[in-house]
Design a protein around this ligand. Structure first.
Ligand SMILES: [Mn+2]
Length: 304
């Protein structure tokens, strides 16, 4: 794809700005959204390639229309940050992700992180905390619970990312989970009142489009989307695909139902691993990001 399109707005070599075909890169403090590319791929357990995810999503975004079918999210301003530097050890990279996230928050913008493996979300959450966000919950769409205390000895594995977040005392609501182990079931039981869930076997066969967050759930929400939470018929472009996942419209509806109940303070899309020759999935991933921005935009208008 990059062989055919010449990108005239870049944030780093080979990294075009999000939607750069349609909008000029604004100043960082004039954007409601900061897209943060994080090509992190360290602990991937099965199929690889998610380090290529952020760039593929940015490239594909040049094919989007600014009108998302309902509103024009780009009117709020979308700033694309340079990709996070991947040199060094996992803990160092996590700190850099946190810095980029904090920068977004300090500019008054909502971080929109593009992965990369799901571990990235831990850095984003640390960044929100360091920016002074304290009382928020996380809503997670995923095929996997990611609640192992460590995976293959690694506490910063993509399979442990939600455990790291739970260990920070942050409430968690899981959606679409359908592949998990006994340790993760036990973790949910240990953390009753902190971890909530509606798994795929409830959501998908019953075509549930909305959830109701518990009253005690914080008023602010960070929303993390592992692309494997959607069904592999929509997104086979991921390292650990699992059948029986959420549909396209169902995902958008569930996100909207959360945005109607709580203030979204950021979101991410993780684990997209482009498949050479199948650019449909890159485009779908970029459209999903833009559609989520649109839902944020419309709920802001509704609530203001
Ligand atoms: Mn995950």
């Amino acid at each position: 794809m990059s062989d055919q399109i010449e990108f005239d707005q870049l944030v780093a070599p080979d990294y075009p700005v999000f939607l750069g075909s349609e909008i000029q890169q604004p100043a960082p403090d004039e954007a409601a959204f900061h897209v943060i590319p994080v090509p992190y791929e360290e602990s991937v357990s099965y199929g690889g390639g998610t380090a290529q995810g952020p760039r593929a999503i940015l490239e594909a975004s040049w094919q989007l229309e600014t009108w998302d079918g309902v509103s024009t999210p780009s009117d709020l301003g979308i700033y694309t940050q340079p990709p996070v530097d991947m040199e060094g050890e996992a803990a160092t990279i996590i700190d850099r992700i946190a810095e980029s996230t904090r920068f977004a928050a300090e500019q008054g913008a909502m971080p929109v992180a593009l992965g990369g493996e799901h571990t990235v979300t831990y850095g984003v959450i640390k960044g929100l905390l360091s920016a002074g966000e304290s009382d928020f919950g996380v809503v997670q769409i995923d095929a996997h619970a990611d609640l192992r205390d460590a995976y293959e000895g690694n506490p910063l594995s993509h399979a442990s990312v939600m455990k790291r977040i739970v260990d920070l005392g942050i409430p968690l609501y899981q959606l679409g989970i359908r592949a998990f182990c006994h340790e993760e079931v036990a973790c949910r039981e240990t953390h009753q009142g902190q971890i909530y869930h509606q798994d795929a076997n409830q959501l998908v066969p019953h075509n549930i489009q909305q959830i109701e967050l518990p009253e005690s759930f914080p008023s602010k929400v960070f929303f993390t989307v592992d692309i494997d939470g959607l069904d592999p018929s929509v997104f086979p472009s991921t390292g650990t695909p699992v059948p029986g996942g959420l549909g396209w419209y169902q995902t958008l509806s569930l996100f909207d139902s959360v945005a109607r109940q709580r203030q979204i303070i950021g979101f991410d899309l993780m684990e997209h691993a482009p498949i050479a020759g199948f650019h449909a999935y890159d485009f779908a991933a970029s459209m999903l990001v833009y559609k989520l921005m649109g839902i944020v935009q419309r709920n802001r208008q509704r609530n203001s």
